[in-house]
Design a protein around this ligand. Structure first.
Ligand SMILES: Nc1nc2c(c(CN[C@H]3C=C[C@H](O)[C@@H]3O)cn2[C@@H]2O[C@H](COP(=O)(O)O)[C@@H](O)[C@H]2O)c(=O)[nH]1
Length: 334
């Protein structure tokens, strides 16, 4: 994929990890996590159960692709400051609260998958759709309106009003679809400048492609011949699991900031290091898994499956993870 002068996610991760000053990757931690994951592989990686199946729509739903698209357009920033009430919907928190809100909208006959509706959605309408169980509201409300207006308008102007057009244009290539997304939808263009080099993390764009693959079981509109080219999705949860296993460690100064809930600005050196080192660590982990699994003839998970395992692990064992702080950034990329 070509974006002039921008390192792509795999290379970005490697470059950032090589130059990082605030974040380190540890061989022993990688080994420990590799051993843990091997325990859950018989012939295929077993994903920890997060108990949220009921809020994914049925994959046979006629607008399933557009549901995945709108969910990932809004798939960012669900955290609250320590001690503050969390935004929850029907008892679900974080990303699952978003899924629950979309599910509720669909069941109430709201045309939430249709860009004709959301490209001009009003504040009142979105507020109503995202209404939580308590007084806490969804973070970055204004940004979400802007994202919906932006992506909705682009789908209507260029793609016949459906993300299916983009998927078909990509002709079963995950890399091509990623390129279509980041070239045409500016709010998915998750790039930064690190030590003078343009880097790409593409969290939401990559998760969108992987979600389609996952959702449709690698078939039909979810069939991609090069899905293994994607990296993990650099959010604020997977780094937390990586720290838990000792794969990543933070400088004392950075750790203190996280413990005190001090915001890391989007694109700051520390923030980019946490994200880039997470990408690189998962690539290293994949190589370790390959070495162990190949001789057993077991399926070697790709980076998005490793990511999904780790993201679900954090959810399934949230109590164990409570004492590990995660980084807080206000932004639309993750
Ligand atoms: N790395 C990575 N980050 C992910 C996801 C998901 C959900 N995806 C799946 C779920 C079912 C579908 O099949 C989707 O594949 C959300 N996030 C991010 O996490 C953060 C919120 O976390 P919490 O507080 O726990 O809800 C936030 O930055 C959100 O953007 C993932 O899979 N990987």
């Amino acid at each position: 994929m070509v974006r002039e002068g921008v390192l792509q996610p795999v290379e970005s991760g490697e470059f950032i990890a090589k130059n990082a000053q605030h974040v380190k990757i540890h061989e022993e931690g990688l080994q420990k996590l590799c051993d843990e994951m091997i325990l859950s592989v018989t012939d295929k990686l077993k994903i920890p159960d997060t108990g949220a199946d009921t809020i994914h729509p049925n994959k046979d739903h006629e607008k399933a692709v557009d549901w995945v698209f709108v969910a990932d357009a809004l798939n960012f920033c669900f955290w609250s400051y320590s001690g503050d009430p969390k935004w929850t919907v029907d008892g679900h928190s974080g990303y699952y609260a978003l899924e629950a809100a979309l599910d509720r909208a669909l069941k109430n006959g709201v045309d939430i998958t249709n860009p004709k509706f959301y490209s001009t959605i009003t504040k009142d309408e979105l507020q109503f759709l995202m209404k939580g169980d308590n007084e806490a509201t969804i973070p970055l409300f204004e940004e979400r309106i802007a994202v919906l207006h932006e992506v909705g308008k682009i789908l209507l102007d260029k793609y016949n009003g459906t993300f299916e057009t983009c998927v078909k244009e990509a002709n079963k290539s995950a890399v091509k679809l990623l390129e279509i997304i980041v070239e045409n939808f500016p709010c998915f263009r998750d790039e930064a400048t690190y030590k003078g080099q343009k880097v790409a993390l593409y969290k939401r764009a990559q998760i969108l492609v992987a979600d389609l693959w996952n959702f449709f079981g690698g078939k039909g509109l979810g069939h991609f011949t090069d899905i293994e080219q994607l990296t993990m999705f650099a959010d604020y949860r997977v780094p937390q699991v990586l720290v838990y296993f000792g794969v990543l460690s933070y400088s004392d100064e950075l750790m203190d900031k996280l413990k005190q809930d001090i915001l890391l600005p989007s694109g700051s050196e520390e923030e980019v290091e946490i994200r880039g080192c997470s990408i690189h660590a998962v690539e290293l982990l994949k190589k370790k898994l390959e070495v162990k699994l190949m001789p057993q003839k077991a399926e070697v998970p790709n980076s998005s499956l490793i990511d999904y395992y780790l993201w679900c692990y954090r959810r399934a064992y949230a109590d164990k993870m409570e004492s590990i702080p995660f980084h807080k950034t206000l932004g639309i990329y993750y």
